[in-house]
Design a protein around this ligand. Structure first.
Ligand code: DC
Length: 233
């Protein structure tokens, strides 16, 4: 038991942080695939909690009510196809966590210290799954400050809005670029100004500006850096 805990402590983590629509998800999934490691989308946990709260009629700004929900629901994080999936009370929210209701409330949920403590603890437990590629906002700063590999992915706000609008158009049929840009800016502001674990660049993270790079190019840079053992600045 002690030995297992020790080896879990030493599990390699590739932390990939950055703002919304910076290309983190696609890149992180590809990096995990290339390395054969387990992929974790930490934003999906915040989104899943938001989804459950909205469904249960819980006010997403009411820390006491959200804490009760965290205590009462059964949360599970099994691995499927080398990807951590999320179930609550036996149900998998699926694409509902990408919908407009969750999108507009998730930053409020993510600002609650009780939610951050809950999610961070679950994320740290995932080391038992072996080497991880984990994307988020605070993975290299708060969740795994000792991660061997830290990347901060950024892109120009106009390019990020274009990418997000393209994704939304594919999912929801249409997307207004100006509205998408405003929604991203709102989320950026909330995510980077909250008191607890705001979005910021870890001092030792390698910054990659993906504005003019393809997914393959960003993936290749990260994989090469990890293979060379050079993932922090
Ligand atoms: O990466 P995403 O867009 O799916 O994240 C959804 C929200 O969750 C986002 O507004 C910020 C929050 N989040 C966070 O606060 N910390 C993380 N590690 C990941 C996501």
């Amino acid at each position: 038991m002690g030995e297992r805990a020790d080896s879990a402590e030493r599990t390699t983590v590739v932390a990939i942080d950055g703002p919304a629509a910076s290309g983190k998800s696609t890149v992180s999934r590809e990096v995990a695939r290339a390395l054969g490691w387990v992929y974790v989308d930490s934003g999906a946990l915040y989104r899943g909690i938001t989804w459950k709260a909205l469904r249960a009629g819980v006010d997403v700004r009411d820390a006491g009510a959200v804490q009760k929900l965290l205590d009462r629901a059964r949360w599970a994080f099994p691995v499927r196809d080398r990807t951590v999936v999320f179930t609550v009370d036996g149900e998998e929210p699926g694409d509902a966590i990408r919908g407009p209701a969750v999108r507009e409330s998730v930053s409020d949920i993510a600002a609650l210290p009780c939610v951050r403590a809950f999610v961070s603890a679950r994320l740290r437990e995932m080391r038992r799954y072996g080497p991880l590629v984990m994307e988020g906002r605070d993975i290299g700063t708060v969740v795994f400050p000792d991660a061997d590999f830290k990347f901060y992915l950024d892109a120009d706000p106009v390019e990020r809005a274009r990418r997000r609008a393209r994704d939304l158009a594919a999912m929801e049929g249409a997307a207004d670029l100006a509205q998408v840009r405003a929604s991203l800016a709102r989320r950026d502001t909330k995510d980077s100004t909250r008191r607890d674990a705001p979005l910021r660049v870890a001092a030792d993270a390698r910054i990659i500006d993906s504005t003019a790079l393809t997914v393959d190019e960003v993936t290749a840079r990260i994989v090469a850096a990890v293979r060379a053992g050079k993932g922090t600045a």
